[in-house]
Design a protein around this ligand. Sequence first.
Ligand code: CMC
Length: 424
Amino acid sequence: MADRKATLNIEGMDPIELPVYQGTVGPDCVDVSSLAGKGVFTLDEGFASTASCRSEITYIDGGKGVLLHRGYPIDQLANNADYLEVCYLLLNGELPNAEQKAEFDSIVTNHTMVNESVASFYNGFRYDAHPMSMLCAVVGALSSFYHDSLDISDPEHRRVTTMRLISKMPTMAAMAYKHSIGQPALYPRNDLDYASNFLYMMFGTPCEDYEVNPVLARAMDKIFILHADHEQNASTSTVRLAGSTGANPFACIAAGIAALWGPSHGGANEAVVKMLGEIGSEDKVDEAVKRAKDKDDPFRLMGFGHRVYKNFDPRAKVMKEACDEVLAELGIDDPHLKIAKRLEQIALEDDYFVEKKLYPNVDFYSGIILRAIGIPLNMFTVIFALGRTSGWLAHWNEMIEGNSRIGRPRQLYLGSDLREYKKR
Ligand code: CMC
């Protein structure tokens, strides 16, 4: 039901009444879907002003720097819950009670192994293949195991698919890393929690015992939580769009992984650390800021700015605290952190960044923690993908449940008008 109405006046046409909806919180939304029948479209390149769906999962107030999952603030979740609890919340709408949590954890723990033939996929990749390319391909290839017998209209089939992906993602991510360094992949360990098991599969070897540091496991878990969902970002929208065609969900998640990979999205965490390395020392920070402001220079400060946040990214605040904790635990004095802090200080005071409301985003500090944990640079975006899998699946489920129409944007056509074919 529309709360109010808007009237669109276009020269030469009768006024068009459009319903205006109000969300639980946040801005009003003008429903323009009836325009197509009247021969008019809206143009919104980059979807800056367009809601692509109705959703009950995540809310962001970019002006105030607020991020809520099912109503719960991200800092409360990151500081009190574990990642699987957040997965349950995103997927089911409520936090689990103790019994539900134990059952959810047990299902995940008991489905972490991948089919043995998946291991042979990795052998087909060159030793220097980027782990994101391997993850994207292997997750997509899971559709070959689960396709003909999979009925996505059946909630139970969707639940099983969801649990399979959340369970197997750490295994597939760690296998990509092990392949890239020429070590044998380790089987998952069911006595470990989600984050500890991932660290074990990353850093353990069959030759000796590997003790997971609980501080690092907790930091890893926090990183997964901070990446779990972020409403209709590029990769989630990709998963929804691919899913709206009824495509195999493993292929849809692979599409999300592909969209995430770019440096404007999930690839920014890798780009931040590369940038800090290139800046090299605190005294070169001013020069970097100057370059970032130069319109003729394509250089941007990676880890700064966000389409939605015009205030501090609330995930960056938690990430910064976690970063300090990890560095203190490990006794690491990372020169990158000094450069990052100086960069942050200058950018927060500089007119260019203040006017354009460019604040540090989640990726600004995540790279420094990941480096401290020992995660190699090319695995950073893989970790983002691992955490975001729960969000992608929550949105995919919501979309299928809501019987969404196929996603099919229109265009403002600026090409040639009709013309006769003539050989040239
Ligand atoms: N450094 C310097 N200038 C910037 C930056 C930056 N990092 N980000 C935006 N600007 C400027 C930009 O040049 C433009 O200036 P003008 O209005 O004079 O043309 C203005 O700010 C608006 O930028 P935009 O590119 O139109 O904004 P957008 O909403 O399309 O892009 C963004 C958002 C995140 C892609 C962009 O801020 C960016 O490229 N940031 C660096 C990459 C990054 O950190 N990405 C991670 C995003 S958070 C993780 C995630 O959710 O994936």
